[in-house]
Ligand binder design. Sequence first.
Ligand SMILES: Nc1ncnc2c1ncn2[C@@H]1O[C@H](COP(=O)(O)OP(=O)(O)OP(=O)(O)O)[C@@H](O)[C@H]1O
Ligand SMILES: [Mg+2]
Length: 361
Amino acid sequence: MSVKELQTVNFRNLVSEKLLLHSDLNFLIGDNGSGKSSLLESLFYLGHGKSFRTTKVESLIQTGFDTFIISAKSDENIQLGIQRNSIGESKIKVNGVSSTKLSDLAKNIAIQIVTPESFKLFFGGPKERRKFVDLGLFHVEHSFSAEWKLFQRIYKQRNACLRNKKTLEQLDYWTEEFCRLSETIALFRKEYIENLKSELVNWLTIMLPNCSNDISIQYLQGWNSKKELAIILKENKYKELEKGYSLYGAQKFDIRFLIDNSSIEHRLSRGQQKLFLLALTFAQTKLIEQVKRIKPILLIDDIGAELDHSSRKAMFKANQLLNCQTIISAIDRLALEPLIPDDNNYNMFHVEHGKIKAMIE
Ligand SMILES: Nc1ncnc2c1ncn2[C@@H]1O[C@H](COP(=O)(O)OP(=O)(O)OP(=O)(O)O)[C@@H](O)[C@H]1O
Ligand SMILES: [Mg+2]
């Protein structure tokens, strides 16, 4: 799907006007602090019910107001909307019908994003890498979100048991469910990573051809995969009680991307890492499209950072093949140069003090 109309009300610094988007390619240019990331953030919020920059809803609401609204109309005239207020209440609407479930939005829209902060995927802790994989799973594995939410609840309960040295019966009770959910989640992740790997190679061939053959993905499910988690926990019961938290399980998942057996961050330059990250996002986008049968929308914030002319050209080629609605932001037109097609088949917007104006080229 693609979004043809997007409107935000009291979101960040954005002026509340309707934006008419191109079905394929859209560019946003504007100075620092003009509102480019905020616009991409609004669309991301509509797809995920959360921001990629903050967990605090009050940061998203325009100063002086207490509610924001984001709404969009798709190319098939599906109307989606989300409203949040400062005390955390939310309203969701799909075609005018109220819903309480974020999944009702996610059924209709899938948003993928690459930002300069996406580098956290390589340099940040395992939490960021887990989030990347789980975000893909959120779209491709219908029951994943519910299982993960339940797992987190059980994980907290189990940790509380270990910390407070509750009765061993209580610990055993939580451990059983903890193991069951960890095994289910590990299976989902394993399958997803295998699919991601084969798709990734296709995109690397276009964007980083010299590396595409030597890539491997290593992942740790959170415990020794040759053993059952229940047995490991039994063997380590007293160690866990001593530490006061769970030492093994799905919360310990991590993933590493390797080239010739050395990690990406040690092997690739910063620009190459960005291309790798784009290839990874394109691979994830393709997987989501195959499973959900809706085309995701791709957001790329600040494309100029780190990419030279030929890298941007490679990215342009890949983007044409991906064939999804794309919104790309940059500080100025120069940074977009090789990405702008000759056929005028795109929209260009200028962002200034939260106001977004279509530019006639
Ligand atoms: N809740 C809010 N209410 C009003 N203004 C806000 C709010 N949150 C952020 N802003 C302001 O919105 C402006 C736009 O921020 P945004 O991150 O979208 O800029 P940008 O165009 O992406 O800039 P850069 O090129 O530096 O990345 C900033 O000046 C910021 O201070
Ligand atoms: Mg920005």
